[in-house]
Design a protein around this ligand. Structure first.
Ligand code: 3NM
Length: 217
């Protein structure tokens, strides 16, 4: 199915991550299919402890599933893999270099996302020209150890400032059981990793989150 990744990003509410800290290599395709079936709007491949060669091998199976579903495929951290896998987007952390450096490597078309951890970083990412940001971690999370939760106090302000220009995805410790609070704090787009990947029925959990986000307006 052909989709314009830029339009898909603009409409996205739930950003799913296939994080290989939660899913074995053997179960990765199955988990990807379940995330897509449930209705994630974007899907990122994140494998912090894997070699590039192993990520590439898995990415060759995951990226086509996303393409088939019309869901933008996002590569975390590695511009070279993003190119090789024909990713729709590349996601960069604060320490992963500048937008200009990434642009030189991946060209003009690929969408670029940035992790931000304060309102100042969020604003800077907008000024730099990133296409979307993650904002968090709202709560401490086992998926990103060593970072304190920044809480929900700034969510509304960042949404009103940066979020009217580019998509802002709140991230970090968001679960189905605190999602209502996060929406109440002003979030309209979220990334949820562990709560979805460890759910007994991933597709149903994804669909439940989508429904809450879409009905929040
Ligand atoms: N980035 P979970 S928090 C990958 O704040 C990631 O930039 C974060 O996983 C950031 O939904 C995070 O399991 C982990 O908490 C999100």
């Amino acid at each position: 199915m052909m989709t314009d990744p830029r339009k898909a990003l603009a409409d996205a509410r739930l950003y799913g991550i296939l994080d290989l800290g939660y899913v074995t290599a053997e179960k990765a395709e199955e988990a990807t299919r379940a995330l897509l079936k449930g209705g994630v709007d974007l899907l990122q491949l994140r494998a912090k402890t894997w070699t590039e060669a192993a990520i590439l091998e898995l990415g060759k199976k995951i990226a086509p599933l996303c393409k088939e579903a019309g869901v933008p495929f996002v590569m975390n951290d590695f511009p070279s893999l993003a190119i090789e896998l024909d990713a729709d987007a590349l996601h960069l952390g604060q320490d992963d270099g500048s937008l200009e450096e990434a642009r030189k490597l991946v060209g003009d078309q690929m969408l670029l996302g940035r992790s931000t951890h304060s309102p100042e970083q969020a604003r800077q990412a907008l000024l730099d020209g990133f296409d979307y940001i993650g904002f968090g971690p709202l709560f401490p999370t086992p998926t990103k150890l060593g970072r304190p939760g920044i809480g929900m106090d700034h969510v509304r302000a960042v949404q009103a400032d940066v979020g009217i220009r580019i998509p802002v995805f709140c991230i970090g410790g968001i679960r189905r059981d605190n999602l209502a609070q996060v929406i109440e704090a002003g979030a309209r787009r979220v990334v949820i990793v562990s709560d979805l990947l460890t759910a007994p029925d991933i597709a149903t959990a994804v669909a439940e989150v989508q429904s809450s986000l879409r009905s929040a307006g």
